[in-house]
Design a protein. Structure first.
Length: 188
């Protein structure tokens, strides 16, 4: 009985080892790799996505979305792209539920502080999964009222810089304990 207990304890310790040594890294990836991919964007019709600080019109709501995807048998880039597509699909639904056709001023919030870029998004990669946190303003503009038609989800984004798909390290600012998620739950 003692030997069996020792074997079980050793098995549990071995199973926990990858978690204890799990990587957790914030990486920046090109937005264009997702927005220009027809396979990823095929279900995004009817909603325009504008990244960075650009806001054209009056925001009627803010959408905060976190999406997690498995990183097993995927590169970090593939897992981050899948998580971003899932997050954009949820933002699209938030906009359509409000009768809107535009999500603008989209920023990554994985660090707890907004990261505004029109060319990169941030992704938290770990041992077994990848996470994307994004925030955007829902605007009532119809898609043809947005001044940047090249940034419509239904069309490839021609003006984004094409960057090599390699992550770069990103510094992690402190999380604001007053910040809340979409459901009003504090982050801490």
């Amino acid at each position: 009985m003692k030997i069996r207990s020792m074997i079980i304890l050793a098995g549990v310790a071995m199973a926990a080892l990858p978690v204890a040594n799990a990587k957790q890294q914030i990486q920046a990836w090109p937005i264009a790799d997702v927005m220009n991919n027809p396979e990823y964007m095929k279900n995004m019709n009817g909603v325009t996505f504008l990244w960075g600080n650009e806001l054209q019109g009056e925001a009627v709501a803010t959408s905060n979305v976190e999406r997690v995807t498995t990183g097993v048998l995927k590169s970090d880039k593939e897992a981050c792209e899948r998580a971003l597509v899932d997050a954009l699909e949820e933002m699209r639904l938030h906009a359509l539920q409000r009768g809107a056709h535009s999500v603008q001023a989209i920023k990554s919030t994985v660090t707890g502080a907004p990261y505004a870029s029109d060319s990169e998004y941030l992704c938290l990669t770990g041992h077994t999964n990848s996470r994307v946190f994004i925030q955007g303003k829902i605007v009532m503009n119809a898609p043809d009222q947005v001044n940047s038609p090249t940034q419509r989800a239904s069309q490839p984004i021609a003006n984004y810089e094409q960057r090599e798909a390699t992550p770069r390290p990103v510094s992690t600012p402190k999380v604001d304990p007053q910040q809340e998620d979409l459901y009003g739950t504090p982050w801490n």
